[in-house]
Structure formats: structure tokens, C-alpha cells
Design a protein around this ligand. Structure first.
Ligand SMILES: Cc1cc2nc3c(=O)[nH]c(=O)nc-3n(C[C@H](O)[C@H](O)[C@H](O)COP(=O)(O)O)c2cc1C
Length: 252
């Protein structure tokens, strides 16, 4: 079997995260267009339970650079913070004397997470279609409390992802993904019988990719990468659950 092709698929198959930018700001029209693309994405129960904060103040960008460790975000053309948001719907509930309890539940927090994820990827795809590029940043979770303060986020909101967008200053090689039989199953979950052999091949592919790529090359297979991630330890971002609860989420 082979994959199909069209203009959109070509773009998707050529995606790479961009971390080096030309020092050139996006125009207001570009930003409006990207936000509109996000707004047209699917949204759980049509509740539109996310918000987007554009960070333009250089001092705030600098603080986010420190929190994430990604100092290159300062040179991006535009920086978005993607926020889980049930606060806006809380206002609607209160204005209608409706019980807002459900907005505090895990179910609704997850719905916000889904909305943010879908909207974030949609912005990235839209940006790439405009000749731009960018990187999604979970690393704003390194210090959620500080991000909440920096952006004045009210209860029932939570900053989930950063998104740096801009004019690419490099063209990284495409990162190879794992073979489909290891992640796409027919009918029920079943790793292939030759999973270890497939993984060995994939490890070689990833090692070759890291070994030969033009910047930041290193000796690392996929298995090495996963084990290194495990090595980040048990207490990484250990405040996270409490901070999410402090924002009014996850009451049950
Ligand atoms: C939810 C999420 C969080 C991410 N967080 C970061 C991040 O904090 N820093 C970063 O440099 N890249 C981050 N990335 C980008 C991934 O590292 C990147 O997508 C992955 O390595 C695959 O590379 P590619 O996007 O170039 O194909 C994130 C991606 C996702 C989907």
C-alpha cells in the first residue's frame, strides 16, 4: 500500500518543527488569519473551551524564554500561549443562573485540553501553508504558576502550550516516524509479532537521521530517546496537578 498525495498532504508529510527564525514579526493580518484558522477547527461539544493569548511584550517573552529554556522563542515572528478555558463559559453559566459545577470536572478539563491541542496544530498547519513555520511548546508547563501570573489568567483557565511561529531561518530534515504496523492496528490493539525487529530497524533509521542531520546531530536511537525521557525523573513538574486544581479544575 502506498500513500496518496495532494497539496495539503504534501505539506503535512513535509512538516518539521522550526526553531530558528528570521527576525521578522508577523503582520496583524497574518495573526488574525491564524487565529481564525484555529477558530474553524473542531471543538468538543461546540463549547470553544480554549483561548489564545498573543504575547508581544518583550519582557514577558523573555520570561517565557527563561521558563521554557527556549531562548530562540524571542526571535519568533509571533508567540501564542494556548489556554484551556472554562472561565468564559462560567460567565455564561452565571449570567443564566445555571449550575457551573460541570465546568470544574476532569471531563471538562480534558475537553479544554483537546480543544487546545486541535487548535494549536491547526494554527501550525495554517502557518506552514503561509510559508511560515513554528514549534509547539509544552515546556511552558515548567512553571505553570509563573505563566498564570504573567498572563493574568483567571480561575478555570490553564496555560497548556506555547506556540512560536515565524519565518523559518533553516530547513530541518524531516524526522522519521515509526513504521505503521507498530502504531496502527486492525480492530484491536496488537503490537506486531516482529515488533522488536521493527523497532530495531526504526532505531537504526532514527540513529541515521540524528547522525546525518545538518544541525544538532547526535548519536541517538528512538529507544535511547524514550529511555532518556524516562530519566527526567519522578519529580519533574510535580506542582502541575496542584496548579491545575488551584485553577479550579479536576474537582472529580
Ligand atoms: C504537545 C507538544 C509539546 C511540545 N513541546 C515542545 C517543547 O517544549 N520544545 C520543543 O522544542 N519542541 C516541542 N514540541 C515539538 C516536538 O519536539 C516535535 O514535534 C517532535 O520532536 C517531532 O519533530 P517535528 O515536529 O520536527 O517532526 C512539542 C510538540 C508537541 C506536540
Amino acid at each position: 500500500m502506498s500513500r496518496l498525495n495532494n497539496v495539503i498532504l504534501d505539506q503535512l508529510f513535509n512538516h518539521t518543527s522550526i526553531r530558528h527564525f528570521q527576525n521578522k514579526a508577523l503582520t496583524a493580518d497574518q495573526v488574525t488569519t491564524l487565529v481564525e484558522a484555529a477558530q474553524h477547527a473542531s471543538t468538543s461539544t461546540f463549547s470553544q473551551q480554549y483561548s489564545i493569548v498573543s504575547v508581544t511584550d518583550p519582557a514577558v517573552k523573555q520570561q517565557l524564554a527563561e521558563i521554557t529554556g527556549h531562548h530562540w522563542l524571542v526571535n519568533s515572528g509571533h508567540y501564542f500561549v494556548m489556554v484551556a478555558d472554562q472561565y468564559r463559559n462560567l460567565q455564561i453559566a452565571q449570567a443564566n443562573n445555571a449550575d457551573p459545577y460541570i465546568l470544574h470536572t476532569t471531563d471538562k478539563f480534558l475537553a479544554s485540553v483537546f480543544d487546545v491541542a486541535v487548535a494549536t496544530q491547526t494554527i501550525l498547519i495554517a502557518a506552514e501553508s503561509m510559508g511560515l513555520g513554528g514549534t509547539i511548546m509544552g515546556s511552558i508547563l515548567n512553571d505553570s504558576k509563573r505563566v498564570i501570573e504573567l498572563l493574568d489568567l483567571p480561575e478555570l483557565t490553564f496555560p497548556l502550550l506555547g506556540l512560536a511561529i515565524g519565518y523559518p531561518a533553516d530547513k530541518p530534515e524531516i524526522k522519521p516516524r515509526m513504521p505503521q504496523p507498530a502504531m496502527h492496528f486492525d480492530g484491536s490493539y496488537k503490537l506486531p509479532a516482529d515488533f522488536n525487529a521493527q523497532l530495531a530497524d526504526y532505531n537504526q533509521t532514527v540513529s541515521d537521521y540524528y547522525g546525518s542531520r545538518s544541525s544538532n546531530g547526535r548519536d541517538e536511537s528512538f529507544s535511547h530517546h524514550i529511555v532518556a525521557e524516562l530519566g527526567r525523573g519522578h519529580d519533574v513538574r510535580k506542582e502541575l496537578l496542584q496548579t491545575i486544581r488551584d485553577q479550579g479544575f479536576l474537582v472529580n
